[in-house]
Write a protein that binds this ligand. Structure first.
Ligand code: SAH
Length: 266
């Protein structure tokens, strides 16, 4: 029998309805599923067919994970590695793909809704805002994993754009210091979302650089949380915001011709 294909599928941030249609289809026809139990909501496994082999990789090493996938690919046409959020972000994807390549096993990747987007959505915030910030940096703060040169938070924060900080909820003190050093003020808004989109478990905490650490402590948030720092936070409540050209009636584009405002010629 020719070996099957291993699919790295983004499970989305937690809500089982946030998996893609393609990801769900692969789960429905999978012969074996290995899911990252520490982060993927087990509720997503509701799409697994009867008789499908399901295992949690929580206590496995990289070699055990890739060995499991390779062995299952010799028995099943479709094997799924279910990853949290999007598999291309902090998902050890390359480390898992290389042994599969070496074993001659075909692999596919299905994107997922990242927790960065799910956290912004949970708080009804936008990550980009016209004339305020048009850039989003997805990053983390140096902990046990070293950051490459030029990617310290202080350096990245100098752009004053939106920062989505993964894997960094225990490092709020460091974040405050780096942002202050980069010229942000103590009263700049910070959003923390724990377990974004997990039914009944999501927590949203808002604060400033000065008090977010205390607020998270009070809400007992120590893990599985996204930190968003952005000049766009809280825009809904502001007196005035600049609007996007896309919907501006005086702005022509491929799908709509501009209408001149009163007293103006187009
Ligand atoms: N690939 C994932 C990220 C994995 S790294 C993605 O695209 O979202 C794990 C980190 O992601 C956690 O430390 C936390 O910062 C963030 N995270 C994952 N799921 C989350 C969720 N539901 N809510 C908030 N943050 C989450």
């Amino acid at each position: 029998m020719t070996p099957g294909k291993v699919w790295f599928v983004g499970a989305g941030p937690g809500d089982p309805e946030l998996i893609t249609v393609k990801g769900r289809g692969l789960l429905e026809r999978a012969g074996a599923i290995l899911y990252a139990g520490s982060l993927v909501s087990e509720a997503v496994l509701r799409w697994a067919p009867e008789g499908c082999e399901v295992a949690d990789s929580r206590g496995m090493t990289l070699e055990e994970i890739t060995g499991w996938l390779i062995r299952r690919a010799s028995r099943h046409e479709t094997v799924v590695r279910l990853q949290t959020g999007d598999p291309t972000l902090y998902g050890a994807l390359i480390e898992m793909l290389r042994p599969l390549d070496a074993a001659g096993i075909e692999a596919g990747v299905v994107p997922g809704v990242s927790s960065a987007m799910a956290s912004a959505a949970a708080a009804r915030e936008t990550l980009t805002l016209p004339e305020v910030t048009q850039t989003v940096i997805l990053t983390r703060v140096e902990g046990r994993t070293p950051m490459p040169e030029g990617e310290s938070l202080e350096e990245l924060a100098r752009h004053h754009c939106t920062l989505c900080l993964f894997l960094s909820i225990t490092l709020l003190k460091k974040i405050r210091e780096a942002l202050l050093a980069a010229g942000w003020s103590e009263d700049c808004p910070v959003l923390v979302v724990q377990k974004a989109s997990w039914p009944g478990e999501e927590k949203i905490v808002r604060g400033t650089l000065a008090d977010i650490r205390e607020r998270c402590k009070a809400s007992r948030i120590h893990s599985q949380a996204m930190i968003i720092v952005s000049p766009a936070l809280g825009a809904r409540g502001r007196k005035e915001v600049k609007t996007s050209k896309l919907y501006d009636k005086r702005f022509s584009h491929r799908f709509r011709k501009a209408i001149a405002a009163k007293g103006e010629t187009s």
